[in-house]
Design a protein around this ligand. Sequence first.
Ligand code: NAD
Length: 282
Amino acid sequence: MDIKTIGVVGAGTMGNGIAQAFAVAGFPVTMTDVAQAALDRGLKTVDASLERLVKKEKMTAADKAAALARIRTATKAEAAAAADLVIEAATENLDLKLRLFAALDAAAKPEAIIASNTSSISITRLAAATQRPAQVIGMHFFNPVPVMQLVELIRGLATSDATYAAVEAIAKRIGKAPVKVKNSPGFVVNRMLCPMINEAIFALGEGLATAAEIDEAMKLGCNHPIGPLALCDMIGLDVELAVMNVLYEGFKDSKYRPAPLLVEMVEAGYLGRKTGRGFYPY
Ligand code: NAD
């Protein structure tokens, strides 16, 4: 499969970043969302992100304009489905994604590949909602997409070698570093990162050290650029809790149980930076 055109479904945090990465690499992109306002916000984010590159002289104004001109928007998911590679980056909700995959499957070209950027939903399950499970794959980008190099490529049970090869090649063409991962709860990065953050929250809850001390220890002792609790504030405590629940339920293993303090802070609405309060005040 020679991928020439890209469809991105969902213009949120990840969708607009994915659209930007492909557009900068020269691919025509159709980005869709249910609401025009979300598309406008998504395009504005891409514009601002590219403008920062122009200011830093990492991109010319002409290249910025050309990249922006490659992104078309539409409020119907079917518009994105006309592409050779459709990347679904809509809200993380199983029912929504199952419906979306069935609709994309019906609208897409028979040879098109449909990928999902899901953080936690089984790729095999999404593939089973289509008539083309061999052409369904996970493309798990990291936030912020234009900056982060990794993309986890997740093979569902039925994903074909040809689909994997095509998606691996395109990921490299946009300058990303793909890593092959089996379909399993949390894939690789979240499987390790989220339990580490969760353990930091256990330590805080047990009074081992203060939040600032835990973060300082991990920065200086492990050479991490940011402490686990400050990172959790960036990710969102609700997102951390959701991933821990996916691991806990997916593996049915108590080692993944969410820290009680995490659960309680989410109940209180202390979700991190986005609510102005998490492990630190903002
Ligand atoms: P977001 O809330 O910022 O954006 C989701 C967008 O999807 C919204 O604009 C929403 O209007 C749109 N949407 C909902 N239903 C739709 C539909 N039927 N058709 C088209 N668009 C629709 O969410 P996000 O953080 O960008 O996450 C998107 C996906 O990426 C999720 O599956 C999430 O798990 C995954 N992900 C997120 C991150 C992250 O750090 N935020 C990292 C990796 C993967």
